[in-house]
Design a protein around this ligand. Sequence first.
Ligand code: CMC
Length: 378
Amino acid sequence: MAIGEYKPGLEGVPATQSNISYVDGKAGLLEYRGIRIEELCVHSSFLETSYLLIFGELPTSAKLKEFEVDITHRRRIKYRIRDMIKSFPDNAHPMDALQTSVAALGMFYPLGDFHDADYIYQATVRLLAKVPTMVAAFHMMRQGNDPVMPRDDLDYASNFLYMLNEKVPDPLAARIFDVCLTLHAEHTVNASTFAALVTASTLTDPYAVITSAIGTLAGPLHGGANEQVMMMLEEIGSVDNVTAYLERKIERKEKLMGFGHRIYKVKDPRAIVLQELVHKMFDQFGHDHYYDIALELEKQAFEKLSSKGIHPNVDFYSGLVYKKLGIPSNLFTTIFAIARVPGWLAHWKEQLSDNRLFRPTQVYTGLHDVTYLPIEHR
Ligand code: CMC
């Protein structure tokens, strides 16, 4: 392979054919199965959107009910998983805890037949159901508390928020959180989805697929950026410090967290919706001065970086919503993971429908015919 054919980061290289989602990075457009996310955020729910992504069409009300009930009834985790999570270090990062928990889950459910629609369905509802429970269980147990049992009378978003502190959330807060999940549910062949595809292509089990994806999402260039954004806003501390902070970052050629995207060269449409959700949260539950810092940073960054196509991405405003919900910042990326499970599963299913092992090539830059040098001569 010629060096000229090599694209670092596989930029612009199609890795698959897919009809799950579509991004137009110049127009700032994101569609799931052809439906714009703005529309889904108003009219749909996270579980309905999950169904749409995974099964390719909007469910009838009977199908949606069945899907919701199946997920609700599988929220509990086995005591052995709970005990394992309890043994994790209290200061472990929640993404590491989640990745390990999902890998462990796979040991309890043997690999099935990929041609069996029921096997696919059961694995799908199990992962959607149990990932939030495992996140919340680690969060409670790292504080020395017992995990909070899921409540069947609560919807997906409300139940997750409830399991974090044993308080039933305000309905508006839960609805806003559900919209956040919908916004993060899918995003074409990003790094974690690509990891999921590569893993899926070996025909390993779905728990290994999701484990790979979670490990990939955790990094600060991907889903880990939402936690980093909060740390950045805390470091800036006040609106008056924005100019100096930005100048320092640009001078040192350091990246601003929550800015920039491989595909979007305009403001990420998810960031626009998230900003509206921030306003809704603040109208109802009070203002947060970190938002003023974020706004000033966006304004000043626009002057300095927009010519390069660098604008706020999905991770810039999400943390402000989660913070207002009382969620600690080191759980932010696990929320991204909870939300992205349907996207990863949709791609897993799509990959299985027309599988070929991923096995790219490389441009070799090493030596040839090197003589082995005995250790005493080195
Ligand atoms: N702040 C300042 N400069 C930036 C940023 C940023 N956040 N992002 C890109 N650039 C500059 C970069 O320095 C480079 O400039 P130059 O050409 O002068 O060297 C140019 O833009 C291209 O950057 P790149 O790193 O080659 O672009 P990429 O497509 O590989 O990177 C990215 C995409 C998301 C990794 C990058 O924008 C970044 O690191 N952003 C910060 C982390 C972040 O917010 N990640 C979340 C991404 S969105 C949600 C998700 O995927 O999870």
